[in-house]
Design a binder for this molecule. Structure first.
Ligand code: FMN
Length: 195
C-alpha cells in the first residue's frame, strides 16, 4: 500500500490570524487522511521540502505586504516548489472593507496572490484569500492616515456592514471558517485525485 500523502503548511503571521487559519486547513487535510506538518516560518526553519507532496504557504497581509518570513520561504525553495503541488493563501483582514469601498476582490487577489505566484514563476493549484483579525490597536499611532481613514470612511460602520464578528471588544474577526474549510477540502481532493 502506498504511504500517506504528506503536506507542509508554512505560514507567516504578525497578529495570529494566519496561525488559526493554517491550523484549520491542517485539520481538514488530516481528516482526508493526509499527513500534515504546520510550521510558523517566523519561528522555525525548514531545511528540506523534498518529503512533501503538497506545500501550502500562507501569510498575513499588512499594508499590502506578505510577512518577510513567508516570502523568504518561497524564495529559498523556489526551485523545489516549481516541481511540487503548491497552494498560497493570505489573511487579508480588510479585503471585505476594500470591497465595500469599491475595490473588487479580483483586484485584491491579483495584488496579494497572482503577483506573488508570478514573481516566483510558480503555478499554485489553489489560491485562497481569507479574512483576518481586525484590531485597531495594531495600527501604529504614528500612522496618522489610519485614524483619519477610519473617520472619513466610517470604517467601524463598514466593519459591521461587512459582517465581521466582534470576538472581543474592539477586535473583529473577518475569517469565514466555512470558506476556509471548503477551500481546504478542495485542496485535499486535488492532491488525492492527482495521478
Ligand atoms: C497596520 C496594519 C495594516 C494592515 N494592512 C492591511 C492591508 O493592506 N490589507 C488587508 O487586507 N489587511 C490589512 N490589515 C489587516 C490584516 O490583514 C489582519 O490584521 C490580519 O489578521 C493579518 O494577518 P496575521 O494576523 O496573520 O498577521 C492591516 C492590519 C494592520 C494592523
Amino acid at each position: 500500500m502506498a504511504g500517506k500523502d504528506k503536506a507542509l503548511i508554512a505560514y507567516g503571521t504578525r497578529y495570529g490570524a494566519t496561525k488559526g487559519t493554517a491550523e484549520e486547513i491542517a485539520t481538514v487535510l488530516r481528516k482526508e487522511g493526509i499527513d500534515v506538518r504546520v510550521i510558523n516560518v517566523g519561528k522555525e526553519q525548514v531545511e528540506d521540502v523534498s518529503p512533501y507532496d503538497l506545500i501550502v504557504v500562507g501569510s498575513g497581509i499588512k499594508m499590502g505586504m506578505w510577512t518577510s518570513e513567508a516570502e523568504s520561504f518561497i524564495s529559498k525553495f523556489q526551485k523545489e516548489l516549481a516541481n511540487k503541488k503548491v497552494a498560497f493563501f493570505v489573511s487579508a483582514g480588510s479585503y471585505k472593507i476594500d470591497e465595500l469601498l469599491g475595490k473588487p476582490v479580483t483586484k485584491i487577489k491579483e495584488q496579494y496572490l497572482d503577483e506573488k505566484a508570478a514573481k516566483y514563476q510558480l503555478q499554485p493549484i489553489a489560491l485562497g484569500i481569507f479574512g483576518g483579525i481586525w484590531d485597531r490597536k495594531n495600527f501604529p499611532r504614528w500612522w496618522k492616515p489610519a485614524s483619519s481613514v477610519f473617520k472619513i470612511f466610517d470604517i467601524d460602520a463598514r466593519i459591521k456592514a461587512a459582517g465581521y464578528k466582534e470576538i472581543k471588544t474592539g477586535i473583529w474577526d473577518s475569517r469565514d471558517w466555512n470558506a476556509i474549510r471548503a477551500w481546504a477540502e478542495q485542496l485535499a481532493l486535488q492532491l488525492l485525485n492527482a495521478p
